[in-house]
Write a protein that binds this ligand. Sequence first.
Ligand SMILES: *Cc1c(COP(=O)(O)O)cnc(C)c1O
Length: 229
Amino acid sequence: MTGTITERLAMIRERMRVAARLVGRDPDAVTLVAVGKGQSVEVVRAGIAAGVTDCGENYVQELVTKGAALGEAVRSWHFIGHLQRNKVKAVLPYIRWIHSLDSLALAEVIERRATRPVRCLIEVNIGGEASKSGVPPTGVRAMVEQLRGCRNIELRGLMCIPPPADAPEANRPHFRAVAALLRAINASGLTPTPLTELSMGMSDDFEIAIEEGATMIRIGTALFGARAP
Ligand SMILES: *Cc1c(COP(=O)(O)O)cnc(C)c1O
């Protein structure tokens, strides 16, 4: 990892542009969500100063600390980790997006606790991993239907974290499968308006995710450097 955060951000944005153009997509249609997991408030602040608009956090305590310190400076906060039901109340004041809606039980708590609609993505357990949260691909349509009556859950799309792989290219079929799932949901008119968002791609594979249709990429290490374990 070399360079300043500003230089790395410019490099990532250039790589995003190249990947989007390669498949004829508009580079501006992809949002970079800067993942501050394991990083200090000061590091994330430097990211914002460099031009980051959207910040993501995995852990409730980190979100609350950084949200309180930096809240005003960020356009949108995204919660991207597994969210326990008893923590929903703590995160709601800060976040605009939840990428990790992974059960109906969680959705029910958000619906009840939120005082304004929250933009949500269903996390798809695309690799069928027992160790990971997320809705199995075969269960996503049912969940979309079950969310239809919710006033405070504004369903916007799908998110995935592919299983660990040796090479980024191994993730392409998973990204492609999630994109196909989104299209199938839209084709069957299950939602009042089409779902538009695909949150997929991290530091090692974001170009592949963009080629396969990602509209949000979640970048930690490539922007902020190695994090505390
Ligand atoms: C940590 C994390 C990221 C960022 O990962 P990097 O490889 O550091 O870019 C993205 N998404 C989720 C869900 C994460 O937990």
